[in-house]
Design a protein around this ligand. Structure first.
Ligand code: PSU
Length: 306
């Protein structure tokens, strides 16, 4: 088996990459495991439309029928949104889904791997995974962090999900040598809220500067990706103090139910959706679209620089 047997870019994505036009990678776990049916399909389509409106080609990534697909057809997106038997893939099991033909949605980690293989340099998600609260006992740390240290892709995210231990998440990113860039902000965003109260280690205010930063990292041979932390728009945010209550409630419920490993994040998101009466979902949608718009801007700047 060789890479060409596995990697399957859509004709539109292949053309754009060959011509050096801007492309933005998008993940599929948010569709199949992060957002509930049937609104998730509409959101997935809106994310792609936002990338297009920003002048870039969207490349949503998933494993279907044994191939690593870069850019999906409408039917594929619907299949992932229904999420029937769809695996949640990270570095450890990406190849398993390819080898067995099982359908799989890619997390931030697996999407970064796929984007790098395809030659896509920027990727939009909602919020990366990180160090879970209580990790000192559970050892639950998302593979997304390790991947940011390995794969050369810029990930645009509304910080990290506030269900996590954000100070520890930032510590691990620092240890791994991953640049964390506040997008037009000095404060690391907390997913549903604009501010976590923790400083963003670096700040960038425009896409050409970010493209130059990436070029300098490449010239220095530093390897690895970077995290662009983009706060949710003010009109869509939920106050951090209010979120703290919802998060604590969800956490207690997860503990009672004995939820572990890959199931933790989807469980907490679903629980918070209920306790906020659906508001967390509207905010999640808004922040992903906002990240897609910034990722498109960065993709355009990278294409201009090349
Ligand atoms: N952003 C969202 N919702 C999500 C995710 C991101 O708005 O569900 C997904 C991403 O795929 C990310 C994953 O990689 O959550 C983190 O899962 P875990 O904590 O199990 O590593």
């Amino acid at each position: 088996m060789i890479l060409a047997d596995i990697l399957a870019p859509s004709p539109e994505v292949a053309d754009a990459l060959a011509a050096g036009r801007p492309v933005v990678a998008l993940e599929s776990t948010i569709v199949s495991h992060g957002l509930p049916w049937p609104g998730n399909l509409e959101t997935a389509q809106a994310i792609e439309a936002t990338v297009r409106a920003g002048g870039a080609v969207p490349a949503t990534i998933a494993v279907l029928d044994g191939r690593l697909r870069i850019g999906l057809e409408p039917d594929d997106l619907a299949r992932l949104a229904r999420a029937d038997g769809v695996m949640k893939l990270s570095r450890a099991d990406l190849a398993f889904a390819v080898a067995t033909g099982r359908p799989g949605a890619t997390t931030v980690a697996a999407t970064m791997i796929a984007a790098r293989l395809a030659g896509i340099r920027v990727f939009a998600t909602g919020g990366i995974g990180g160090v879970h609260r209580g990790a000192e006992a559970s050892f639950d740390i998302s593979a997304d962090l390790q991947e940011l240290a390995r794969s050369e892709v810029a990930v645009v995210s509304a910080g990290a999900k506030a269900i996590l231990d954000l100070p520890k998440t930032l510590e691990v990113l620092e240890t791994l040598g991953v640049p964390v860039v506040g997008w037009k902000t000095d404060d690391f965003p907390a997913f549903w809220s604009r501010r976590s109260g923790l400083p963003a280690p670096l700040r960038v205010d425009d896409a050409p500067t970010l493209a130059r930063f990436m070029a300098a990292r490449r010239a220095l041979g530093l390897g690895g990706g970077l995290l662009v932390a983009n706060p949710v728009p003010p009109a869509d945010e939920i106050d951090a103090d209010e979120m703290a209550g919802h998060i604590a409630g969800a956490q207690a419920e997860a503990e009672r139910a004995g939820i572990r490993a890959k199931a933790v994040t989807p469980f907490l998101l679903a629980h918070i959706l209920e306790s906020t009466g659906g508001r967390s979902l509207a905010t999640n949608r808004a922040l992903v679209l906002n990240n897609a718009a910034v990722a498109a801007e960065i993709a355009v700047a990278l294409a201009a620089e090349a």
